[in-house]
Design a protein around this ligand. Structure first.
Ligand code: ATP
Ligand code: MG
Length: 429
């Protein structure tokens, strides 16, 4: 039976492996193949005089990145990767790769990101690139596990919707029979309705779609949002879940992804300690102004100010008590000073990772806030009705999966954390 390359050791004697030809080196009487599968690389050593005619015939057919299968004896050797090699008794070409390759999987020839993404199926074969997605998978598992263990129900809400979550321009319109519809920007309105429906605590990991016009290294047009909403809770409760879930994901990666971290060359993987420090919005704009990026009350943070504040904080942190004017209509204001609201952002020193808040559960106030933002109340009927018939106070947040992975692994471009990214210029592959 075929075994993963990682499990091939001299002790097992005989092995059957399959994978891609990472490299081929022909030294005349001796050929070395480096065979790669998801778990590692194995040297297959072929002394031409000592192997069968069938093996030699297969060897002639092989090109780099061809898929092969072989069986043979495993021997210890210091010179090969992992300290072992396999001398084949059988060698079969399962799928021959055409030449030349559009992209060098062994990374000896560097390629720019666009070329890499155009040939993503090849790019993803690179151990370093694959490691990113092993870690992404582990992060989402850890987060689901943590939320499951803390009483959250996993939900799936619609991605085709009739109303914009926050109004505005970031929407992709959709031809939906004879109606107007959109791709959802956020599960916000639906997860709030589930609070009225008595779910108490929900989480959702799903696609969000945003028609961001600008091409930046930290925006996608299709992203994966991790969302929670919890009842009988305020912004402090939501922040506590957030910092703990993020720290748990880091710890999980440290405990379970040693190989992937090593492949990425990350030696000193630091788990952030909880609680994360909290600063108010007023403190944040003061730090930014002092650092040469002047802001006044009511301004959103620019990416330059996020950098200045992040440098000063040096760790993950929260910014709390935002001006109500900067946040969406569903945010709960402080009732004794309504110009400020119960919203927060969770920041990595490099950028924003999450936004959240205690939500407004008071029907009349919510209607008033929708009007104040210049939105059409009638369009929100489906959302507002649940607030009339028993809505608990509630809070929640949305956390961008790709930004979490990007900052965790020090990736320069958010696209590197997505299998097939969607941006202003790319809808294929
Ligand atoms: P930013 O101001 O950085 O563009 P935002 O405040 O518009 O982000 P939110 O609506 O607060 O984003 O969404 C919550 C989280 O979802 C963000 O903190 C981010 O991690 C992620 N996110 C939002 N939009 C995108 C996007 N276009 N691409 C990737 N991630 C996104
Ligand atoms: Mg935000």
């Amino acid at each position: 039976m075929r075994i993963p390359i990682k499990e091939v050791t001299p002790e097992i004697g005989q092995a059957h492996v399959a994978g891609w030809v990472h490299e081929e080196r022909d030294l005349g009487g001796l050929t070395f193949l480096l065979v790669r599968d998801r778990t590692g690389i194995l040297q297959v050593t072929i002394p031409k005089k000592k192997v069968s005619e069938e093996v030699l015939a297969a060897l002639k057919e092989i090109s780099r990145e061809s898929v092969i299968e072989c069986t043979g004896v495993v021997k210890a050797t210091e010179k090969a990767p992992g300290g072992r090699e396999l001398v084949p008794e059988t060698l079969t070409v399962l799928s021959r790769a055409a030449t030349p390759l559009p992209l060098d999987v062994s990374e000896k020839v560097p390629a720019d990101l666009d070329t890499r993404l155009d040939n993503r199926y090849l790019d993803l074969r690179k151990p370093r690139v694959n490691a990113i997605f092993q870690i992404r998978s582990a992060v989402l598992r850890a987060i689901s596990e943590y939320l499951w263990d803390h009483g959250f129900t996993q939900t799936q809400t619609p991605k085709i919707v009739a109303a914009a979550t926050e109004g505005g321009t970031e929407l992709f319109p959709l031809a939906y029979f004879d109606k107007e519809a959109f791709l959802n920007q956020s599960p916000q309105l639906y997860k709030q309705m589930l609070m009225s429906a008595g779910f108490d605590r929900v989480f959702e990991i799903g696609a969000i779609f945003r028609a961001e016009e600008h091409n930046t290294v930290r925006h996608l047009n299709e992203a994966t949002s991790i969302d929670i909403e919890m009842s009988f809770a305020d912004q402090e409760d939501a922040m506590s879940v957030l910092e703990n879930v993020v720290a748990y994901a880091y710890q999980y990666v440290k405990d379970h992804c040693a190989d992937a971290l090593a492949t990425l060359g990350i030696e000193d993987f630091q788990v952030p300690s909880v609680p994360f420090p909290r600063i108010t919005y007023e403190e944040a704009i003061a730090i930014s102004t002092e650092g040469g990026e002047p802001l006044v009350f009511g301004d959103d943070l620019s990416s330059a100010s996020e950098r200045i504040i992040g440098e000063k904080m040096g760790t993950m942190y929260f910014i709390t008590e935002w001006p109500s004017s900067t946040r969406p209509f569903y945010t709960m204001p402080f009732l004794d000073r309504p110009e400020v609201c119960r919203a927060f952002d969770m920041m990595h020193p490099r950028m924003e990772l999450s936004s959240g808040a205690q939500r407004c559960h008071i029907y009349d106030l919510l209607v008033q806030q929708i009007k104040e933002k210049g939105l059409n109340v009638d369009a929100f009927d489906f959302y507002l009705n649940p607030f009339k018939y028993g809505m608990p106070p509630h809070a929640g947040w949305g956390l961008g999966t790709e930004r979490l992975i990007m900052t965790m692994l020090g990736l320069q471009n958010i696209r590197e954390g997505v299998l097939f990214p969607r941006d202003r210029h790319r809808v294929s592959p």
